[in-house]
Design a protein. Structure first.
Length: 281
């Protein structure tokens, strides 16, 4: 895949003011409503609808030999791309794992230099180039991307998932492990049951959305019995997906772990690639 909107390709040489201005343009272009060429109910992990799973490996687990499990994938089911990053010194290792019905059908990666440090709210200018380079290596065209990072839950509604989704004009969902901005409608300082969702509303930190706008959800994908607890993930639309559908898609790709399978497997793939990068691949 190549950029449909090349004017939005992340440029780390821009000034901070220029980056923030570009993000406002991206947010204005983004579609935070469902504009999908597939039925979200058709997204499955291991051949069944999401919302659980044994966590015992399923057919989607990556093996150390790099084999892809494709035998049981239905050809008319949506292609879901998981996107995650790893870092080796000053290089970003972007990994993409594409699933259909929970089976891995393709993987791709790219290694690019990180030209700027991590700056909250400007992550896409540090990592976006490597992600777009990895998408360019794919043979298939995913129906939706699940990105490790925020989408609309962002100071200017233009997190990593939004920036990548708008640039490629690809439906995208952001899944973050921490809340960048916004206010939960209900307190999260409690143990939520598995499957619970708490809307995240725009507040004064979100400069481009009216206060109270639902910009995503805290989604409790997994929970332990007893005293132990698991924190929720923060799911937000990136592009061409509504906040409710973004949460639905993530719920349908849970297979017994906290993270959705697409990003969990991309994370594992990125970690595997780090050793090759260190060895001078």
């Amino acid at each position: 895949m190549t950029p449909v909107r090349p004017e939005f390709v992340p440029d780390p040489s821009l000034s901070r003011d220029e980056m923030e201005a570009l993000q406002r343009d991206i947010a204005e272009t983004a579609v935070f409503a469902d504009d999908l060429a597939f039925d979200p109910a058709g997204v499955r992990v291991g051949g069944v609808g999401g919302g659980g799973g044994s966590g015992d490996g399923t057919q989607a687990r990556l093996d150390t030999g790099g084999g892809d499990a494709t035998a049981t994938a239905a050809t008319d089911s949506p292609l879901v791309a998981g996107v995650d990053q790893a870092f080796v010194d000053d290089r970003a290792v972007s990994a993409i794992v594409v699933l259909r019905d929970g089976a891995v059908v393709e993987r791709a990666h790219a290694v690019e230099p990180t030209e700027i440090p991590y700056i909250p709210g400007l992550l896409s200018f540090r990592e976006g180039g490597a992600i777009l380079a990895a998408f360019a290596e794919l043979d298939c065209d995913p129906d939706v991307a699940v990105v490790d990072g925020s989408g609309r839950i962002h100071f200017r509604e233009a997190g990593l998932a939004t920036h990548i989704g708008v640039t490629l004009d690809l439906p995208a969902v952001g899944v973050a492990k921490s809340l960048l901005c916004g206010t939960p409608r209900e307190s999260l300082d409690r143990k939520l049951p598995a499957g619970a969702r708490v809307p995240i509303e725009a507040d004064a930190d979100v400069e481009t959305a009216a206060p109270g706008t639902v910009i995503g959800h805290a989604v409790q994908t997994k929970q332990y019995d007893g005293a132990r607890h698991v924190n929720p993930v923060y799911v937000s639309p990136g592009h061409r997906v509504s906040a409710d559908t973004a949460a639905d898609l993530v719920a349908r790709t849970i297979a017994g772990y906290k993270l959705p399978e697409p990003t969990r497997l991309a994370d594992a793939y990125a970690d595997d690639l780090k050793a090759d990068v260190r060895d001078g691949e």
